[in-house]
Design a protein around this ligand. Structure first.
Ligand code: CP
Ligand code: NVA
Length: 302
């Protein structure tokens, strides 16, 4: 088994399904109020170089519920913000804590941290990937649809970190994934190529309707990710026709489900009506960050 959770394609389908099984067990125990202290006495360091609501709270609460402890480190208040090398940080942290969750810009930095640390490293979002989120997304779909492995998934919007992790998920689980992005905002060609080499069934289009036609799952994300704030205006222009709204939903399967990792800009990438409507499983999805990440931490750090 892998030491780290950096990218979905590092893990096999069986291993990820085992994480889903443990998620189910831990979620049931939590709902029943039954103790499940699988990480009693263990500590997780959480390093944040970008903002967060869900990731921070769900990892911290998750560690508490598992009988352990989590500490929040913002890069600006640690020596990392003053240029201490990643390899020194990783070696020192390995002597204090039992695992690190990191949210940062570069995937290469997270990989370097993993290489120089003796403890598990969990990717809490980089510019390239957001694997914990897509695990929560798939788990949520599995709670609503037993045949989740055989559904058609579509991504409407930016070819960003979330889209990349969905591409990886399509490679590992084998479901059909259709991606609609505006010209110039397609996902990374190398990530797509690698996924296709693994057998992924991925279609790319610049027409949202083509992606949504008959699809079972519709999924989107903000048009400007963290770090792209200065591009907000030109992106709003480029993505204008890439909104998940009732008109687009009408093209999808009648019982389609809608995902959004949050935070959302209501009435930009998704309408308020769809977010609050009967197809949305967005808040179950947010809750499941907690349960899935507990299973990931218990698997890596237990
Ligand atoms: N979806 C997600 O990762 O949310 P946060 O940025 O609030 O952590
Ligand atoms: N693509 C978004 C996801 C936020 C959870 C970002 O990187 O800002």
């Amino acid at each position: 088994m892998n030491k780290d959770f950096l990218c979905l394609t590092d893990w096999s389908r069986d291993e990820l399904e085992q994480i889903f099984n443990l998620t189910r067990e831990l979620k049931d125990k939590q709902k029943r109020g039954e103790a499940h202290h699988l990480l009693k006495g263990k500590t997780l360091a959480m390093i944040f170089e970008k903002s967060s609501t869900r990731t921070r709270v769900s990892f911290e609460v998750g560690m508490f519920q598992l009988g352990g402890h989590a500490l929040f480190l913002s890069s600006s208040n640690t020596q990392m913000g003053r240029g201490e090398p990643i390899k020194d940080t990783g070696r020192v942290m390995s002597r204090y804590v039992d695992g690190i969750m990191i949210r940062t810009f570069s995937q290469a930095a997270v990989e370097e941290l993993a290489r120089c640390s003796e403890i598990p490293i969990i990717n809490g979002l980089t510019d390239s990937y957001h694997p914990c989120q897509v695990m929560a997304d798939l788990f949520t779909v599995s709670e609503h649809r037993d045949n989740w492995r055989d559904l058609t998934y579509c991504w409407i919007g930016d070819g960003n970190n979330m889209a990349h992790s969905w591409i990886n998920a399509a490679a590992v689980f084998g479901f059909e994934l259709r991606i609609a992005t505006p010209h110039g905002y397609a996902p990374d060609a190398q990530i797509i190529e690698r996924a296709r080499e693994m057998g992924a069934r991925i279609t790319l289009t610049q027409r949202p309707v083509e992606a949504a036609e008959g699809a079972h799952i519709l999924n989107t994300d903000v048009w400007a990710s963290m770090g792209q704030e200065s591009e907000q205006r030109e992106r709003a222009e480029a993505f204008r026709d890439f909104q998940i709204n009732q008109a687009l939903l009408d093209y999808a399967a009648p019982d389609s489900l809608v995902l959004h990792c949050l935070p959302a800009h209501r009435d930009e990438e998704i309408t308020d009506e769809v977010m609050e409507g009967p197809h949305s499983i967005i808040f179950d999805e947010a809750e499941n960050r907690l349960h899935v990440q507990k299973a990931i931490m218990a698997t890596l750090m237990g």
